[in-house]
Design a protein around this ligand. Structure first.
Ligand code: URA
Length: 228
């Protein structure tokens, strides 16, 4: 990869800004100032941009404990989940699937399209587990209706799922698909209303309990391989 392209990838800055920085002598390769923007570099080189060592890994993978009142978007909005990440990652990352603004819990972010596809493609049926709080008690009769697949308000049908009642108004639902507002629409179809929704796992990977709302960490190699 060219030096300016590597700087752009790792800093999230534009290619031109990076080219100018190289020409101004702000970039070092293995400790030496380099002024040729087209110099080839690899992940074996150590690049410093204005004193900061750059991360030249091809792909990044994070888990975030999404707090409420944040939005899954790459648009530059104050409420975007990407605002919780350092600037150098913001232009690289996107959300693996979406959670509603008021939904909390496990959100994966990456810059790897194949990883996103593996987890989100309907063909792969990656399971997503949610802890649900309802406005009304969950009726025992509604559980088999939901579990066997149901028809939503617009005629769409859902795949079979698992519902486990945990308390009068709380349950865990495990889906193997991700239709728009699916959990809320499924409970609306049995005349109930979701008042709290928290995603606890995706593809068998649980939210790290050490992460408080708004905190994130990188996935380990083992977690990435497990999900793939
Ligand atoms: N289902 C919903 O209704 N909302 C979410 O955020 C996720 C699943």
């Amino acid at each position: 990869m060219r030096l300016d392209a590597a700087c752009a990838m790792a800093t999230g800055k534009g290619r031109k800004e990076c080219r100018d920085a190289v020409r101004k002598g702000l970039v070092t390769v293995d400790g030496k100032t380099v002024k040729k923007a087209d110099m080839p570099v690899t992940a074996e080189n150590t690049l410093c941009f204005a004193g900061e060592v750059l991360d030249l890994r091809e792909h990044l993978y994070f888990m975030l404990h999404k707090p409420t009142d944040t939005v899954c978007t790459t648009e530059d909005l104050p409420e975007s989940v990407l605002k919780l990440f350092p600037e150098k990652y913001r232009k690289r990352l996107f959300c693996v699937g979406r959670l509603d603004k008021d939904t909390t819990g496990l959100l994966l972010l990456t810059d790897d399209g194949a990883f996103d596809h593996r987890l989100m493609s309907p063909k792969h049926h990656a399971e997503k587990e949610y802890a649900v709080t309802l406005a009304l008690p969950l009726s025992e009769d509604d559980i088999p209706r939901m579990e066997s697949g149901m028809t939503l308000e617009n005629g769409e049908t859902t795949l079979p799922c698992r519902v486990v009642k945990n308390g009068e108004n709380t349950c865990t639902i495990t889906l193997s698909e991700g239709k728009y507002h699916q959990v809320k629409r499924m409970f609306a179809a049995v005349s109930n209303r979701v008042v709290g929704l928290h995603r606890t796992s995706v593809g068998g990977l649980a939210l790290d309990p050490a992460l408080a709302p708004g905190q994130f960490r990188e996935l380990t190699e083992a977690e990435i391989s497990f999900l793939l």
